[in-house]
Design a protein. Structure first.
Length: 112
């Protein structure tokens, strides 16, 4: 009788461990999904909406031309390294962050 209860306790232990791991995995997947922020769906294709990763490490002027060609209604602003910005969110604004040489340092996207 003693070995039977030992086997049952081992089964319960492994079953509980399995359930706990399954719960933790599901919980972490839900937590990751909660951090995904969708981009605004403003008419046109992906090149019209942004972001524009092709601008990274290019000259600011080239990046402005590219974005304005895909999104003529966007307000494109080149931001110098020490420039102070407004914290107001605007889906029509695209900020292009550049270094001291005029090269784009962050992927431009709408709103920020």
């Amino acid at each position: 009788m003693g070995s039977g209860s030992f086997v049952v306790s081992i089964i319960v232990l492994f079953g509980g461990t399995f359930l706990a791991l399954a719960f933790l995995k599901d919980s972490s997947q839900r937590q990751e999904a909660a951090h995904i922020v969708p981009l605004p769906r403003i008419g046109g294709g992906a090149l019209r909406r942004g972001p524009w990763p092709g601008c990274l490490d290019t000259a600011a002027e080239e990046c402005v031309e590219l974005i304005e060609s895909y999104c003529p209604d966007c307000k494109v602003v080149v931001v110098q390294p020490d420039e102070v910005l407004s914290t107001k969110f605007d889906t029509q604004r695209v900020l292009i962050f550049v270094d001291e040489y005029g090269s784009v340092t962050k992927i431009p996207m709408r709103g920020r």
